[in-house]
Design a protein around this ligand. Structure first.
Ligand code: UDX
Ligand code: UDX
Ligand code: ADP
Length: 470
């Protein structure tokens, strides 16, 4: 068995970038090349100033600094990297389809297929192909079919190696993964290919955390893991509303149920709604798969997780409008946070986008501050909704780099992301500069309710019945 000495990864995004950086850091004897069609993105990965890396992730810059130029490379030369590699990771995006059959639910595999065809065209010797992108079950079959039918007699082994890293903690999740999952064929060649990939992870993780399964179990496990996690958030979000009207406090409920080891304490934080590139997409995928196999009850069961999430975002926006005397027209609303969670600059499916959409439809002016998200991204996110007049977006959205400026003379402040710095602001000063009554809507439960109420704020905190705003 020839040892792997050259790895190529197609797609240098939120998954491919950090994953390859850590693989290269931990395997200095392997040359790792991350390629992408997006030249600007590759230039940013190669920027001397590590503050300019295309994605923000705590600890990433240090890893890139250690490995880049040694055995980690970023390039737009896709063909060359494919040709030289023994093992090719596919980490391209698989968004939800926006057209045709399965629109709004199924995963769009056009980028994956393009990769497969490119590999088939270029490869001259045997390759191990690793699916890293989240894919519908049985995509490996499709890959296999394309590669074997268009290839040059080259033999391919296809492995599924789903990514479980969460953004904001990607480096930690990679360096100290709970588990790594590798799916492959139960044939001699399949087992050999799996072992090659096991060896790469075993250079820093204990063997018992590296699981091998058949390809389909591996592909399905990724969707199911995300569906279970998202389901916990929707479950606690459903309870948050019940708490608000009963006298219970959702953080007390979370704490109490989380101490039951059968339930566990993680992923029970009530929020304005989950976001990110994975949860919604993967559940929709699961729903689509179940439904197309005729399993309607299964599909409906999981779809409810999404419906609850949509409800939570709308409910939060409605709460703001209702509290501000049923009109936000031409009022200044400050948003703290735009990213879908803290410690990332990623905004895909962020709850903030949907809350802003509702408020813009009510003709509010929104002033936004996020420590890591740039104005152009915010505008694109709103334009991509396709439901808002671009002119209105430009007129009503302001993006500022100082949170106090965002909140100055605002009628209300809404917390959309749980960035640590928000709780530490000088809230007395914020209060003095706001319109009165000064309303704060905490969609992440991070503010000190007692303290803010004492200052004079009218505070609404999700899932709490003792807030000033009912
Ligand atoms: C439950 C709670 O666990 C307990 O904390 C509470 O005080 C009373 O209700 P109980 O109903 O006795 O306890 O049993 P439990 O172990 O929770 O099982 C409930 C049902 O779920 C059983 O029918 C069990 O077979 C089923 N179950 C449990 C599964 O089907 N799969 C599982 O993984 C776990
Ligand atoms: C997720 C999975 O966790 C990860 O394993 C998978 O590889 C990719 O998808 P990610 O989307 O990066 O990772 O972030 P995650 O931490 O899972 O958060 C998803 C969303 O749920 C965020 O919007 C977050 O704010 C929200 N969330 C999470 C809550 O609202 N409450 C919680 O208790 C936890
Ligand atoms: P993820 O969160 O899954 O990593 P991203 O969108 O951040 O998603 O990253 C996917 C990357 O894959 C993008 O930078 C995109 O330009 C790149 N990509 C898509 N298709 C190809 C392709 N055929 N060849 C090279 N790169 C590609």
């Amino acid at each position: 068995m020839k040892n792997i000495t050259n790895i190529c990864c197609i797609g240098a995004g939120y998954v491919g970038g950090p994953t390859m950086s850590v693989i290269a850091q931990k395997n200095p004897h392997i040359k790792v090349t991350c390629v992408d069609l997006n030249e600007a993105r590759i230039n940013a990965w190669n920027d001397d100033n590590l503050d300019n890396l295309p994605i923000y992730e705590p600890g990433l810059a240090e890893v890139v600094k250690e490995a880049r130029g040694r055995n980690l490379f970023f390039s737009t030369e896709v063909d060359e990297a494919i040709d030289k590699a023994d093992m090719i990771f596919i980490s391209v995006n698989t968004p939800t389809k926006t057209y045709g059959e399965g629109k709004g639910k199924a995963a769009d595999l056009k980028y994956i297929e393009l990769c497969a065809r490119q590999i088939a065209r270029v490869a001259k010797d045997d390759k191990i192909i690793v699916e890293k992108s989240t894919l519908p079950v049985k995509t490996a079959e499709a890959l296999k079919s394309i590669l074997h039918n268009t290839g040059n007699g080259v033999s391919y082994q296809i492995l599924s190696n789903p990514e479980f890293l969460a953004e904001g903690t990607a480096i930690q999740d990679l360096q100290n993964a709970d588990r790594v999952l590798i799916g492959g064929d139960d044939t001699e060649e399949g087992r050999e290919a799996m072992q090659q990939l096991v060896n790469i992870y075993a250079s820093w993780l204990p063997q018992e955390r590296i699981l091998t399964t058949n390809v389909w179990s591996s592909e399905l496990s990724k969707l199911v893991a995300n569906a279970f996690l998202a389901q916990r958030v929707s479950s606690i979000n459903a309870i948050s509303e019940l708490c608000e009207v009963t006298g219970a406090d959702v953080s007390e409920v979370s704490r109490s149920i989380g101490m039951d080891s059968r339930i566990g304490s993680k992923f029970l934080k009530a929020s304005v709604g989950f976001g990110g590139s994975c949860f919604q997409k993967d559940i929709l995928n699961l729903v689509y798969i179940a439904s197309s196999l005729g399993l309607q009850e299964v599909a409906d069961y999981w779809e409810q997780v999404i419906l609850m999430n949509d409800y939570q975002k709308h409910r939060f926006a409605r709460k703001i409008v209702k509290t501000l005397y049923n009109t936000v027209a031409d009022k200044k609303i400050a948003f703290l946070g735009w990213a879908f969670k803290k410690d990332t600059n990623d905004t895909r499916e962020s709850a903030a986008i949907y809350v802003a959409e509702k408020l813009l439809q009510e003709q509010a002016n929104i002033s936004i501050y996020d420590p890591k998200v740039k104005k152009a991204q915010i505008i694109t996110d709103l334009e991509n909704l396709g439901t808002l007049d671009p002119e209105a977006i430009h007129k009503r959205i302001t993006v500022v780099s100082n949170p106090y400026e965002a909140m100055k003379e605002a009628h209300a402040v809404a917390i959309l992301t749980e960035w640590d710095e928000f709780a530490a602001y000088y809230w007395q000063k914020v209060y003095e500069n706001m319109m009165k009554p000064a309303f704060v809507f905490d969609g992440r439960g991070i503010l000190d309710l007692k303290n803010l109420t004492k200052i004079g704020f009218q505070l609404f905190s999700l899932g709490k019945s003792n807030t000033a705003v009912k």
